[in-house]
Design a protein around this ligand. Structure first.
Ligand SMILES: Nc1ncnc2c1ncn2[C@@H]1O[C@H](COP(=O)(O)OP(=O)(O)OP(=O)(O)O)[C@@H](O)[C@H]1O
Ligand SMILES: [Mg+2]
Length: 213
């Protein structure tokens, strides 16, 4: 039985997912909710090994099929060990990246078949769909300016790659309007967070929960 709520954060590198997930966690905890904040890849203990394999450039280029399957093992373990138990315990689960990242990056970015990827996602998550996905939409140039320091293997991709990723996120938002809320992420952190609060407030209202600003 699932009693919690599952919220995911999506968008291109540097759009503000991690910051918005952290601000959301603080807000919900202040409202008395039990929150589990997690991320992909690397949300489970075993997954940390996969995160290293996926993001460390020293392993050299990883074939896109191999890359996809590594993400799927990571996700499956994450759902089984972390997400599903937390939801069963009534927690609000906040996850930084999830199924839509696979469609956007391996599908849009790398050009793998989106129907196949959707089936792999379905298999990996075994029914654990997000109640709400916050898609932080931001022009690529602005996102690049926000990313500090050295770039990991996936962040070293070129602008055309990210343009395809962003276009695929837009398609997903059109395809799943009930699950995915597209949010303009170009404003200040406070501006963007206000939009995030509105989206989450609507979900909570629909599910009979209360949350104050
Ligand atoms: N609305 C905003 N305005 C200005 N700076 C922001 C905003 N949101 C986030 N930032 C800053 O931009 C940088 C990237 O944000 P963040 O790490 O949250 O992005 P991300 O989507 O998690 O990126 P990645 O996919 O690389 O993990 C951080 O330094 C963060 O503090
Ligand atoms: Mg991040």
């Amino acid at each position: 039985m699932r009693q919690g709520l599952f919220i995911t954060f999506e968008g291109i590198d540097g759009c503000g997912k991690s910051l918005m997930a952290a601000m959301t966690q603080t807000w919900l905890v202040e409202n008395g909710y039990e929150v589990l904040a997690t991320l992909e890849p690397g949300g489970s203990d075993l997954g940390k090994v996969f995160r290293q394999m996926l993001l460390d450039s020293s392993y050299g280029s990883v074939d896109s099929h191999t890359e996809t399957l590594l993400f799927m093992v990571d996700r499956s373990r994450h759902v089984t060990d972390v997400i599903r138990p937390a939801l069963a315990n009534g927690k609000i689960v906040l996850c930084d990246r999830y199924i839509d990242s696979t469609i956007a990056y391996q599908g849009g970015g790398r050009g793998l078949d989106i129907d196949e990827l959707t089936r792999l996602n379905d298999f990996a998550i075994n029914g654990v769909y997000p109640d709400l996905t916050i898609y932080l939409s931001l022009p690529i140039e602005q996102a690049m300016q926000r990313i500090p320091g050295t770039k990991d293997r996936l962040e070293q991709e070129n602008v055309e790659f990210f343009a395809r990723v962003a276009a695929t996120y837009d398609q997903l938002a059109d395809q799943y309007p009930h699950r995915i809320q597209r949010i303009d992420a170009s404003g200040s952190p406070q501006d963007v967070f206000a939009l995030v609060q509105t989206a989450i407030g609507t979900l909570f209202k629909d599910r009979g929960r209360i949350c104050h600003g």
